[in-house]
Design a protein around this ligand. Structure first.
Ligand code: HEM
Ligand code: NAG
Length: 324
C-alpha cells in the first residue's frame, strides 16, 4: 500500500472519535466497569413507577419541555433564578426527583460518565414500558448543555393553531405524523383547570363554552373547575378513566368522541391534516401503537443533541460543573 493511502486511513480513523461521533445504541456499554448503566436507571425508574403510576406522565412532559427548548440537553433540569424550569409553560413539569435518584445511582457506580440528558431519555423510555406502553430502543451519547434561560422557553400554548403547531414541530425536524404520534403522550397525566378553563366558560370571548366539547365532559369539567375557584384543580388528559395512567391508544378514541381536555387535542381530532392519523391510531392494534409511539418519542429524544466535546457530563443534574 502506498504511504499516502496508509496515512489517509490513519488520518480518518483518528478523526472518527473526535468529529463524527454520533448517538448510538448502548453508548455506555463497557464504560461503567461491570455495571450496565441502562439497568441501573431501569431499576430506579421501575421502582418509582410502582410507587407512583403518574411517573410516566411526569417524565414524558419533562422530555418534551427539555427537547423543544435548546435540544435534549437536560437544560430544563438546571436550577437557577432565571433558568428554563422557572418559565411559565414549564412550571408544572415534575419528576426532577426521579432523575436525581437515577443520577445518584449511576454516579455511585461510575461517576462523571453518564449525562443527565441521557438519563432523562432512558428514564422516560423505562417509565413508558412500566406504564404498559411497550419497549422501544433509544440511542445514547448526549452531553449536558450549560445554557438554561427562561426567556428561551417558547412552547406551544394549549390553544395553539394547527398551522402554528405544525411549524413548531417542523422546526424541530418532526413532521405532522410525528406530531400526532407524540400527542399520544396525552394518554397519561393531567392538565390544570387554568390550561382549559376558557373552553368551559368563555371560549374565544364568546361567553359560551367551546362548542367542540362533548356536553358530558363539559359538565364534569365545570364541576372539577368551578368558575370562581381559588384552587387550580386538575383533570385527566385521557378521559377514559380506567386507563388514565396507562400508555395506550384511548386518548385518540376519546378525542374522536370530542373528549379532548386541551383545546389543541380537540383540534387534532377534527383537522383534515391530522384526523386520518388520529383515526388510524384509535383503531391500531396495541403492538402497532406501542411501536409507533415509541419510535416517535425516540425521534423527539434526538432533537439538537450535544455530542463530542460540546457540553459537559454534570455531576448533579441541577447544576453545571462550569465555575461561576
Ligand atoms: C402542540 C403540542 C402540545 C401542547 C399544546 C401541549 C399542551 C399541554 C398542556 C396545556 C398540558 C397541561 C399542563 C398543565 O396544566 O399542568 C400538557 C400536559 C402534558 N403534556 Fe402536553 N402538549 C403538547 C405536546 C406534548 C408532547 C409532544 C408530549 C410528550 C411526548 C406531551 C406530554 C404531556 C404530558 C405527559 C402531560 C401531563 C403532565 C403531568 O401529568 O404532569 N405534550 N400538555
Ligand atoms: C370573555 O373573554 C373576553 C375576551 O377574552 C373578555 O373581554 C370578556 O370580559 C370575558 N367575559 C367574561 C364574562 O368573563
Amino acid at each position: 500500500m502506498a504511504k499516502t493511502t496508509l496515512w489517509l486511513i490513519f488520518f480518518n480513523l483518528s478523526l472518527l472519535p473526535c468529529c463524527f461521533a454520533a448517538l448510538q445504541h448502548q453508548f455506555y456499554k463497557g464504560k461503567c466497569g461491570s455495571f450496565d448503566v441502562e439497568d441501573v436507571v431501569h431499576d430506579v425508574v421501575s421502582k418509582r413507577c410502582r410507587n407512583d403510576p403518574t411517573t410516566s406522565a411526569a417524565l414524558l412532559h419533562m422530555l418534551f419541555h427539555d427537547c423543544f427548548v435548546h435540544g435534549c440537553d437536560a437544560s430544563l433540569l438546571l436550577d437557577g433564578e432565571d433558568s428554563e424550569k422557572t418559565a411559565f409553560p414549564s412550571l408544572t413539569v415534575r419528576g426532577y426527583d426521579v432523575i436525581d435518584e437515577a443520577k445518584g445511582a449511576v454516579e455511585a457506580v461510575c461517576p462523571g460518565v453518564v449525562s443527565c440528558a441521557d438519563i432523562v431519555v432512558l428514564a422516560t423510555r423505562d417509565s413508558v414500558s412500566a406504564s404498559g406502553g411497550g419497549k422501544y430502543k433509544v440511542k445514547t451519547g448526549r452531553r449536558d448543555g450549560q445554557i438554561s434561560v427562561a426567556k428561551n422557553v417558547d412552547l406551544p400554548p394549549p390553544f395553539v393553531s394547527m398551522q402554528d403547531a405544525i411549524a413548531r414541530f417542523a422546526a424541530k425536524g418532526l413532521n405532522v405524523k410525528d406530531m400526532v404520534h407524540l400527542l399520544g403522550a396525552h394518554t397519561v397525566g393531567v392538565a390544570h383547570c387554568s390550561s382549559f378553563k376558557d373552553r368551559l366558560y368563555n371560549f374565544t370571548g364568546t361567553t359560551k363554552p367551546d362548542p367542540a366539547m362533548n356536553p358530558l365532559l363539559l359538565r364534569s369539567l365545570k364541576h372539577q373547575c368551578p368558575k370562581n375557584a381559588k384552587v387550580d384543580n386538575t383533570a385527566n388528559l385521557d378521559q377514559n378513566l380506567p386507563s388514565s395512567t396507562v400508555i395506550d391508544n384511548s386518548y385518540y378514541q376519546q378525542i374522536l368522541m370530542n373528549k379532548g381536555v386541551i383545546q389543541f387535542d380537540q383540534v387534532l381530532s377534527s383537522h383534515p391534516l391530522t384526523k386520518p392519523t388520529v383515526t388510524a391510531l384509535a383503531t391500531a392494534p396495541a403492538p402497532d401503537f406501542y411501536k409507533i409511539f415509541g419510535e416517535a418519542v425516540a425521534k423527539m429524544s434526538d432533537i439538537e443533541v450535544l455530542t463530542d466535546m460540546e457540553g459537559e457530563i454534570r455531576s448533579s443534574c441541577r447544576a453545571t460543573n462550569k465555575p461561576k
